[in-house]
Design a protein around this ligand. Structure first.
Ligand code: BG6
Length: 475
């Protein structure tokens, strides 16, 4: 179903994210007919370029990031693309931009720029009369560096826009399987009765990456895995796993429940944290070389044991881990159910609890570890098998998976904030994260080194072993 006609102004249009994700995403929505023929995308950046110069750049990016494009469709798409040079923090270009916008269509301003620019751009959109009561403003992460800076950003945005106009992106919420987690929990009756401390032993949330800091050293070294991944993506995954059923699938009902989870997160003891940094490869570089800071104490890996202090989850640890340069790219949420309380099958094989694994990437799907009778010879023995549902197989491998950005940008145009973070949610996440970081900074903790291509530092293994549990294997 096509969305309403719109003018989307893309700040930072020549930047990496715009070229790699946002513009290709819009192209794909155009190709399937969701972006109407009279929609317009107005790229802006400081570079002096005309429409054709920008179109040529987008065409080039498309070859790299959307290589399956159809030439005639791309030509029609590019006819919808324009460019206005704008000085984000000066006064040049704003009036021209204002004149180019249509009064009677949905208006969205996508700030694909560093957070320092958010308040200044919001102010100019307001002062030059570009922002209407119905227009939307979209901002990317990082949304602040700590609670104080996040509050300042919120204040800067709210000085010019209402909360219902502000779309804070966490692209993990746009991932297919992340939304499927909500469908799994709230569109089935099988799981909900078991989804609590009585039946769940613990939960493991893993986001493992094979990439390193990839030319983003200056940003990353100031952030580390805790700010870059945990404060946003992993906390979001935790929220969707732990939240109470909202009364409706509406933006505020869902976000109210997520905020309650974040507010229930308990402080994390220093002994429940394992931080790591990838060391130099044989003959190659390590983290400190990649970020150009030989004294860096920043973590490229972190594992935490987290508790959600509420009735449903009392005593159930949530183990979170994420890191770069690990053995495999693998993201999943694994819910470990308790072992059966009594066995009538002594000495005939493993008797484990069931494990429900929601695989986010790659190969999205759901598996349920189940114990069955081993069909082999040798009498009655038990074995574990996985009931495995790969979405690609179940739903047809030829359906191109929608990228998170495609879905999220269309939600902006539709005016649906369900998959975007509300201001209080971001602040609550920082309020939980800040003291954890402050703790290790004050103690001067050093991250332990781990090998590239491994599954992380020893300390992270110990964090589990100590509790008599094991991480699921990466790769
Ligand atoms: C970004 C982080 O938000 O998410 C990156 O800044 C990280 O460091 C990326 O690599 C991971 O996203 P995805 O979609 O590839 O899992």
């Amino acid at each position: 179903i096509p969305v309403d006609p719109f003018d989307l102004v893309l700040f930072g249009a020549t930047g990496d994210l715009a070229q790699r994700k946002i513009l290709p995403g819009l192209y794909h929505r155009f190709e399937v007919g969701q972006m109407p023929e009279d929609a317009r995308i107005i790229g802006t950046a400081r570079s002096d370029m005309d429409d054709d110069g920008f179109r040529a750049q987008v065409r080039k990016s498309m070859k790299e990031f959307a290589p399956s494009f159809k030439k005639d469709v791309l030509d029609r798409f590019l006819a919808r693309v324009e460019y206005v040079p704008v000085d984000a923090l000066g006064e040049n270009g704003w009036d021209k931009l204002a004149k180019s916008l249509r009064p009677d269509v949905v208006r969205a301003f996508y700030l694909s720029v560093g957070p320092k620019l958010f308040p200044g751009i919001a102010q100019r959109l307001h002062d030059h009369g570009l922002a209407t009561p119905d227009s939307r403003i979209v901002v990317e992460k990082p949304f602040g560096h700590d609670l104080a800076s996040a509050k300042a950003l919120n204040e800067g945005l709210r000085a010019c826009f209402e909360e219902h106009q502000i779309y804070r992106i966490d692209h993990y919420l746009g991932k297919e399987t992340v939304q499927n987690l909500m469908a799994l929990r709230f569109a089935n009756s099988l799981f909900e009765p078991l989804w609590n401390a009585t039946h769940v032993d613990h939960v493991q949330i893993t986001v493992a990456e094979t990439v390193g800091v990839e030319g983003r050293g200056a940003y990353y070294d100031q952030s580390g895995a805790m700010r870059d991944m945990v404060q946003n993506h992993l906390v979001q995954l935790l929220c969707l796993t732990a939240m109470e059923p909202p009364s409706t699938f509406s933006p505020n009902a869902v976000r109210n429940e997520k905020v309650k989870v974040i507010e229930a997160l308990e402080p994390v003891a220093s002994t429940d944290i394992a931080r790591g940094q990838y060391r130099a490869d044989k003959g190659g570089d390590g983290y400190v070389d990649h970020v150009g800071n030989p004294d860096s104490l920043t973590e490229s890996y972190i594992a935490l044991k987290v508790r959600v202090g509420n009735w449903r989850w009392a005593g159930v640890p949530f183990y979170l881990r994420t890191g770069k340069r690990l053995r495999a790219r693998e993201s999943e949420i694994a819910v470990f159910f308790r072992d059966p309380p009594h066995t009538i099958f002594p000495n005939v094989g493993p008797l484990h609890g069931n494990v429900l694994v929601i695989r986010l990437q790659p190969d999205e799907g759901i598996t349920l570890r189940t114990t069955i009778k081993d069909p082999g010879p040798g009498g009655f023995r038990l074995t574990d098998v996985a009931l495995d549902m790969s979405f690609a197989e179940a739903l047809g491998a030829d359906v191109r998976a929608q990228d998170a950005y495609e879905r999220l940008v269309m939600d902006v145009i539709r005016g649906d904030q369900t998959l975007f973070m509300r201001g209080d949610e971001v602040e609550a996440a920082w309020a939980w994260v800040d003291p954890i970081i402050k703790g290790w900074e004050e103690r001067g903790d050093r991250p332990s080194l781990y090998d590239q291509g491994s599954s992380g530092p020893e300390d992270a293994l110990m964090l589990m072993h100590r509790d008599g549990r094991r991480w699921r294997q990466i790769g």
